[in-house]
Design a protein around this ligand. Sequence first.
Ligand SMILES: [Cu+2]
Length: 433
Amino acid sequence: MRGTSRLQRVVSHLAAALLILALAWLGPLDPDGGGAAPRAQDAGGAPVHLTVTLADISVDPVRLEAPTGVPIVIEVRNAGGIPHNLSFGELGATPMLDGGRSAELTLPALEPGEYEYVCEVPGHADAGMRGVLVVGAGAGQPAEDPEMTPEEMAAEHEAGVAAFPAPTEGKGNRPLKPEVLQDGTKVFELTASVIRWQVDQATTVEAWAYNGMVPGPMLRARLGDRVRIVLRNELPEPTAMHLHGMIVPNDMDGVPGLNQPSILPGESFTYEFTVRNTGSNMYHSHFNAAFQVPMGLLGAFVVRDPDDPGADVDYTMVLNDGPLGFTLNGKSFPATEPIVAERGQVVRIRYMNEGLQVHPMHLHGMPQEVIALDGHLLDSPYLMDTVLVAPGQRVDVLVEATEPGAWAFHCHILTHAEGPHGMFGMVTALIVE
Ligand SMILES: [Cu+2]
C-alpha cells in the first residue's frame, strides 16, 4: 500500500519471523512424524512415537531410529495369524499378541547405540523376526550393512550342525505304562500342569504339559482293550481332552458343554471306552485349544492294526508351531532327535500335526512311502519325497534305509527350518549306519 511506512514494513517482517520461530519451537504439527525418522537433535523430552508391524514371519521395519534422551513409545501390531511379540530383552517387551492384536511398548530414554529387537517365540528371530533400533549418533545416517560376512554365516550354519543333537532337559513322547486292573482295564493317569520346557540349548519357555513333558506321554493299546484315562487338571484354567481319531462313546469325546462339563482347576475327569479302531491317533486339549494345544497339551495314542506291515524302527514325530516355536516332538533344531537306522532296515514315521499350520515334511536321499492317512491303512500306498501334513492330520510313511549317511529331514516351509543364522526349528536327520 502506498501509505505503508518503512517502520510498518519492518514490524510486519518481524512478526512473520516471530511466527516462524514460534512454530519451530512448538515442533512438528504431526507428532507421529510420518516423514523422516527422528534425529538425535530433536531430543527435547517429549516421547518419540514409532510403529512396528509383525507378520508370519517378519517384522517391519527392520531398522528404527530414535533420538537420545527421550522415552520411545512403540506401537506394535501383529498383522500375522499366529502369536508374536516384540522384545528388546531387558529393556522391555510386549506380551504375546494373537493375530490382529496390538500393544504399546514404552522404552526409557536410551544412551546412543544399537538395540536389537526380536520376536521371542522360539525360532522366529532366527527365521528373520529381528531388527535394530538405532539411538542417537547413528540415527539419520545411512544404515551400515548389518549383515554378517560370508565366513561368519558359514561358521554359524556349521556350528548349528556340529551341535546336533544338542542335549536339553526333558524328553516328550515317552511311553506311559498303564496300570492293568484285574478285569483287564488299562488305566492311564494324566496330569495337566504348567511347566518350564527347554526347546533348544538357548531357549527355555513356559509350556502346558501332560505329565511334565511335551508331547505328552505316548499311550498305546490294542483293539478291544478297555481303556480308562484319568485326567487331573492342575492348570490355572479349565481344560478337557479330546481323543482325536479314536471312535469313542459320545460322552467321552471331550468337548465341554457338548459331551462333558469343563474340568475346572483342581478337578479330574475320567475317560473310559473300549478301543474300536486302530492307527496313529492323538489326544489333545479341547478347551481354549488355540492356546492350550500349541502350548503343549497334546500327545500320541497308537493302536496297532493287525494288518499293519510293521517296521524295524517305529518313530512318532509330532509337529507343532506356536508359542514353543517350530518343533518336532517339542524340540527345535539342533536339539531335535535324529532317527537312527541300520542300512537295509525299514523305518516307519508317524507324523502327527498338532500345530496351527501345514508342514510339508521332506526327507533327503530316500523316498517316503505313504501307507496310512489319519490312522487308516491305504489299499494302494504311494511314494513321495515331501509329505504335507495338515493340522489334525496323521500320515504314516515307511522309508527303506538304503542310502548310508546323515540325511537332512525337515519341514519345507523354509521359514520353519533355515535362515541366515543356519538351520533351526523343524529340522532333524535320518542317520543310516
Ligand atoms: Cu513347517
